[in-house]
Ligand binder design. Sequence first.
Ligand code: GDP
Length: 197
Amino acid sequence: MGSLFLGSFVAGQSLPARREPKIAFLGRSNVGKSSLINFLTRSQIARVSKTPGRTRLLNLFVVDDRMIFGDFPGYGFAKVSKQERAQWQELIDRFLTRDNFQYAVHIVDSRHPGLEMDLQLQDWLHRRNIPHIMVLNKSDKLNQKERAKADREARNAFPGQPLLFVSTVSKEGKGELEKILQNISEEQYQKIAEASL
Ligand code: GDP
């Protein structure tokens, strides 16, 4: 058991064919994707692979021999060219819309729910029918009043969307998120086992 770094990939490059369920971690730059992956894998794996100048790469990890985690380049750079946006889209299309099962964890800063880029990503996930959860990250930074406000705003911005407050500092939401990912992995393995009977 443990986590293994599969490699970094750019748009246009073919991704390794794997049968494990694929979980994409998506969110704006600096929202805490890598920290969350480290937290869930109880390792420093995402940090280690994130070297300066390589921020536009998709980093893939095999987790406990059961899932593939994809740490996507952050979107929402102040100035992103059309070409960069198209490349990001190509990467996510390649990872998420090929063959076996996929799931996305959309990470949003709980202090700023409902930003345009996040609305666009939600729209895209819905249009593609990609099952996902929205994680409201850095919840430790909110006091009670701010949290109630964030909850209200997120529910308004993303009606009907499952939401989970998470913090890698206070460890809020860790158990729930782990459970969700474990269930996904078990369900998929069950299906694979049934299909090969
Ligand atoms: P990424 O660019 O989305 O991969 O973001 P990182 O994982 O590198 O995190 C960006 C910054 O946010 C770092 O300084 C982290 O220490 C900080 N951070 C990440 N998660 C949390 C959290 O849950 N709470 C707090 N307070 N800070 C966090």
